[in-house]
Design a protein around this ligand. Structure first.
Ligand code: ATP
Length: 521
């Protein structure tokens, strides 16, 4: 195996390189780019769509097809407007926004405060890291946290701000939110000034009209989450599928939010895709299931192989109006740890509220306890685009090779890679393209293959590395004589000579979902 040196590119540099790589190779383009784009809206290109589809399928496999008691649906984006009254989105799906009068920039007040708290917490983290280095093996983190004066002070300060903010939001006291920003002396990152407007609430739902005005058009919302399509179909699925509690309904699909501060590429978009699962349980058992899904979802993320240090839980202090427990799985994006997935114990809030607004009973008769009840719900909700960004930014590497050349490689988990295999005749003559074409025609039923005969072989390997193709099959003159080819592995660049008749079995074993998911996910 050749020695390679992976460059240590992180933070903003990594983010910039990932964004330009995504565009250069057809993963992601700005929407309507010829008109200078549309803020926080992106299009997936020819490779992006393959990667996105594979991520969605991997989730669907693990969540729906591998779970006997979870089924999927595909509800419409348009829903009866009363849905959003019942769900609380019309009245409460707001973000507190604040403008800086000097830069004219708009911010989410909660994000300004959260960023401040994170800075305080990272000071505590630095102290802890220093002490860990100093004490080595003997280091006791919990003891250090409870005795070191500086760390105690930082943690207390973070707690105090969080509690003050939570109370202000619970009481809808926007003047107090502004006061917190002033007291903390938070400045606008752009102008550096503390010249803030009042804090206002801003509803994030997009609306449009359905029907012509002559008929009396009604206001329709573009769904801000896919979950409600599941709730309103709860009884349809339960009855038609003869589902027994506990059971889940999953769905993937577009959601729309008029985000105030839409930046960070596909991390925060105005049109995005969610993959959600609502798990219906007996009242009183929801926290047990909440813990179950918290663990199961983390296990699923870890199966992608990017390492445990990339993930962490963040338990919510400020619970949404419908939740009695909630946490995020955060991911270490190039711009720091941010929410990737939310896991929420939503109580019976949604079903009960839909009962009230629709006048229809949304109850389940539980034969085991001979009782009817409105089920409680545990939700897992992950953003497909955020997952895409997490995968792309962790897979992207620039490497210096032993021979002094460099390569950009996307170490995407093979099962998610856009193309699984590239078939490359060594030269364009002597019958090699025909042989390669025969191999492609055999493999294409099971694997997404790419055929490439242009340029020198080294250059073609680089092209496949850059788009994350895990296996390259090279057809050479020996192939014509003994029906063998070389298979080259993207990560290690090792090449092996194998018989053509074994290719399907080798690829199937390398791309086994069973190996990745193992048991219990
Ligand atoms: P945030 O706090 O980052 O705004 P959220 O808590 O509002 O996110 P949820 O309502 O819990 O997000 O939505 C579930 C998941 O949907 C999130 O974990 C995220 O992965 C994804 N998501 C939410 N908003 C967006 C967005 N604007 N763009 C891309 N993905 C999003």
């Amino acid at each position: 195996m050749s020695k390679t040196l992976t460059k240590n590119i992180t933070g903003e540099d990594l983010f910039k390189n990932v964004i330009s790589h995504a565009k250069e190779y057809g993963f992601i383009f700005p929407s309507s780019e010829i008109y200078d784009g549309l803020s926080a809206v992106y299009d997936y290109g020819q490779l992006g769509i393959e990667l996105k589809k594979n991520i969605r399928e991997y989730w669907w496999k693990a969540m729906v097809q591998m779970n006997q008691n979870i089924v999927g649906i595909d509800a419409a984006i348009f829903m009866h407007p009363t849905t959003w009254k019942a769900s609380g989105h019309i009245d409460a799906f707001n973000d507190p926004l604040i403008d800086n009068k000097d830069s004219k920039k708009r911010y989410r007040a909660d994000v300004l405060i959260e960023d401040y708290v994170n800075k305080v917490l990272s000071k505590a983290d630095k102290e802890i890291a220093k002490a860990r280095e100093r004490f080595g093996e003997a280091f006791d983190e919990s003891q250090f946290k409870s005795t070191n004066a500086r760390v105690i002070e930082y943690l207390a300060k973070a707690d105090e701000i969080n509690n003050r903010f939570k109370e202000a939001m619970d009481n809808n006291n926007l003047a107090e939110v502004k006061k917190i920003i002033e007291d903390l002396e938070i400045v606008c990152p752009l102008s550096g000034s503390k010249n803030w407007t009042e804090v206002r609430q801003f509803n994030l739902m997009f609306c449009t009209e359905m029907g012509s005005t002559a008929e009396g058009a009604s206001t329709i919302y573009l769904r801000p989450e896919t979950a409600q399509g599941i709730f309103v179909n709860f009884l349809n699925v339960q009855k038609s599928g003869r589902m027994k509690i506990p059971f889940g309904i999953a769905q993937t699909g577009k959601a729309f939010r008029n985000e105030i501060v839409a930046r960070q590429f596909i991390f925060r978009m105005r049109e995005f895709e969610q993959m959600e699962m609502q798990f219906f349980v007996r009242p009183g058992e929801e926290l047990k299931w909440y813990e179950h899904w918290k663990e199961a979802r983390m296990k699923w993320h870890l199966s992608l192989g990017f390492g445990a240090s990339k993930y962490r839980y963040h338990d919510h202090l400020k619970l949404a109006h419908y939740a009695n427990a909630a946490c995020d799985i955060e991911f270490d994006f190039p711009f720091g740890f941010k929410e990737l997935e939310g896991i929420h114990s939503r109580t019976d809030f949604d079903l009960r509220s839909h009962e009230q607004y629709s006048g229809k009973k949304l109850q389940y008769f539980d034969p085991e306890i001979n009782q009817s009840y409105v089920p409680y719900v545990v939700e897992t909700s992950v953003g497909l685009d955020r997952l895409f960004l997490a995968i792309l930014s962790s897979a992207y590497q620039e490497q210096e090779l032993e021979d002094g050349s460099t390569r950009v490689v996307l170490n995407i988990p093979p099962i998610l890679a856009p193309y699984k295999v590239a078939i490359l005749p060594l030269t364009k003559k002597d019958g090699l393209p025909e042989k390669a074409e025969m191999i492609r025609n055999d493999l294409k039923f099971d694997f997404n293959c790419q055929y490439d005969e242009k340029d020198a072989i080294g250059k073609r390997y680089r092209r496949q590395d850059a788009i994350g193709t895990p296996f390259c099959i090279t057809v050479d003159h020996q192939s014509l004589e003994d029906d063998t080819v070389t298979i080259r592995y993207r990560e290690t660049m090792i090449q092996e000579r194998v018989s053509i008749s074994k290719l399907t079995a080798i690829l199937q074993s390398e791309l086994s979902i069973k190996k990745l998911l193992g048991e219990g996910v």
